[in-house]
Ligand binder design. Structure first.
Ligand code: ZN
Length: 224
């Protein structure tokens, strides 16, 4: 079982350390989650939509091994070190459901366990996810943007030719590598958010960041 140790809190946001076997990961973090939790590659038919009702949850929901999946209509594992918020990517543009699910799910899980939001994190929304208490992310959403020819920034996702406008000087932009830029932009934004948690000012950072994202402003308002 993995062990998650919260080192600093700022509202719902946390800085922590996840120990899983030989791996020690400082969070919030983005990584290859299948390397961290090999069981993620072996799960079939466990991806129940968050909106599924109680009867479907009873028939089809399986928490699986770590990270243990959670669902609004099911009990959560009592001893997990990490929880998987499957299909969270489908809620990021629906603030009402986002906050409703967050409240329901946080009430079910151990507070001192890592929270993984799969396929959700972009440079434009990861500060909001971290502000809401998520710790672990993957590269799925930014890699999807790369396939779609989108240039990811903290202000949003733009056409690939924005890479030539000189707004980012990262290793990826210098090499004309959109995929590398998108991954580095996500890593950089997570590092930024971490810094503001350390300073106890993640709220101020989030307010500054979300101005161009109406759905994030709405999440903030509903959380308050
Ligand atoms: Zn770049």
């Amino acid at each position: 079982m993995s062990v998650f140790d919260v080192r600093k809190r700022d509202g719902l946001a946390r800085i922590g350390v996840l120990k899983n076997g030989e791996t020690i990961l400082s969070t919030p973090a983005v990584c290859n989650m299948q390397e961290l939790f090999p069981s993620l590659g072996e799960r079939g038919f466990t991806n129940l939509p968050l909106s599924a009702g109680a009867s479907d949850a009873e028939r089809f929901f399986a928490a699986g091994s770590e990270p243990s999946a959670v669902h609004p209509q099911a009990e959560a594992a009592a001893d997990a070190g990490a929880y998987l918020f499957a299909n969270w990517n489908n809620t990021v543009t629906d603030s009402r459901r986002y906050v409703e699910y967050l409240e329901k799910l946080y009430a079910k899980i151990r507070p001192d366990a890592a929270r993984y939001a799969p396929a959700s994190a972009l440079p434009s929304n990861v500060a909001s996810l971290i502000y809401c208490g998520f710790d672990l992310f993957d590269y799925t959403a930014v890699d999807l943007c790369t396939i779609q020819g989108k240039f990811c920034t903290t202000e949003g996702e733009f056409e690939a030719d924005y890479m030539e406008k000189g707004i980012c000087g990262c290793e990826g932009c210098r090499a004309g590598d959109l995929g590398l830029h998108n991954r580095l932009a996500l890593e950089r934004e997570i590092a930024n958010a971490r810094l503001w948690i350390e300073r106890g000012q993640i709220r101020e950072y989030m307010e500054m960041r979300c101005r161009m994202q109406p759905e994030q402003v709405e999440i903030l308002r509903r959380l308050d």
